[in-house]
Write a new protein. Structure first.
Length: 358
């Protein structure tokens, strides 16, 4: 895998580190380490600044890091040595006066240990430096997300052709994940949601032993993770029996809410305003407000920035990939949500997913 894309990401981060007023940043979120280096393992940190850039890991990953991150400096901690000891040794050698750390992933115990081990070091909590970079995808990431979408869609097509009334939600969910793997995915982006009838009123329903034949429709929320770790996220309603007038009405409202929200996506638009577009449609139909946000960014994590919600201060930028997933949930009857993955382009948007809605 070419390393120039990772070097470019690190260069952008170094500029943000300088703006934050620290000499270096200790990256402890494993996903952020992967984004900045290409290393696909875990239990490893990255210390990055103007005068240093090295991975702190252990001997299990030494060969893998050299293969995946050629040219990066590497500090290997001895077996049994705590990570904070290894970090402290590197910090004492490099002597940064101010060290930023990821406050959302560094534990209090780790912070206390570093404070005790490196007495003169000023530790500065920082949040969102890498995540802000990750919100806007480069062309390599967009290609990877397209692949994850293709794997999810191919798996869904195969799965749909093999559905049987006697299947349980759990069986159907397992089969869907296997179908995505056969389509080339490393696995599911998250445990697939398969919710029959009234259970579809639970936005994050866990598959049970309920059989598909017990209702006329089933909600399916699924996604694939590709080899590079990038994810997709889709939702559809599969009708397994009769389409009742109530179901048809709910379906039309949700489809219209999503259509208008997607149409509103373009650079410079606030995420809260896109969310409001969908809510106005659903509120106007008398169904009240859905409890979750309209959508979220996808990438190496299934939920990342930006957030499309009523309180979101995020603004859409070219290169962002977001889900758009309005829904109506009626306890005791069921629910419906439709979800597609949308790329923000330089002059508007592109819907990346193509699974039919009929």
């Amino acid at each position: 895998m070419p390393t120039d894309r990772f070097a470019a990401r690190r260069d952008r981060l170094i500029r943000k580190i300088k703006q934050a007023g620290v000499d270096a940043l200790l990256v402890t979120n494993f996903t952020n380490v992967r984004y900045l280096t290409g290393f696909s393992g875990d239990d490893s940190y990255l210390l990055i600044g103007r005068d240093a850039c090295l991975i702190i890991s252990d001997s299990r990953y030494a060969t893998q890091i050299r293969e995946e991150c050629p040219g990066l400096d590497l500090s290997i901690r001895r077996p049994g040595k705590p990570m904070t000891d290894a970090v402290a040794a590197v910090v004492r050698r490099l002597k940064p006066a101010k060290l930023g750390f990821e406050s959302t992933s560094t534990t209090v115990a780790q912070w206390q240990a570093l404070t005790e081990k490196v007495k003169l070091l000023e530790l500065v909590p920082l949040a969102g430096l890498v995540e802000d970079l990750r919100a806007v995808k480069d062309r390599h990431e967009i290609t990877a997300i397209r692949e994850a979408i293709r794997q999810a869609e191919q798996g869904f097509d195969e799965w749909l052709s093999a559905l049987a009334p006697q299947m349980t939600e759990r069986q159907a969910a397992f089969d869907l994940e296997h179908a995505m793997r056969r389509a080339g995915a490393n696995g599911a982006s998250f445990p697939p949601i398969v919710a029959v009838g009234s259970r579809a009123a639970l936005p994050h329903a866990r598959p049970t032993q309920t059989k598909l034949l017990t209702a006329d429709f089933v909600l399916v929320d699924w996604g694939a993770t590709n080899e590079q770790g990038y994810k997709s996220d889709l939702t559809r309603l599969v009708v397994t029996g009769k389409i009742s007038p109530k179901l048809a009405k709910v379906y039309r409202v949700v489809i219209e809410a999503q259509r208008r929200a997607v149409k509103a996506i373009r650079p410079g638009v606030r995420c809260c305003d896109v969310d409001a577009v969908a809510r106005r449609v659903i509120d106007g139909a008398g169904h009240g407000r859905f409890a979750h946000g309209l959508g979220h960014g996808i990438g190496l994590d299934i939920h990342e920035g930006p957030r499309l919600g009523p309180a979101s201060a995020d603004e859409l930028k070219p290169g962002m990939v977001v889900t758009v997933e309005p829904g109506i949930y009626l306890p005791g009857w069921g629910g419906f949500r439709i979800e597609d993955d949308v790329l923000v382009t330089s002059d508007g948007h592109e819907v990346l997913t193509s699974v039919p809605r009929e």
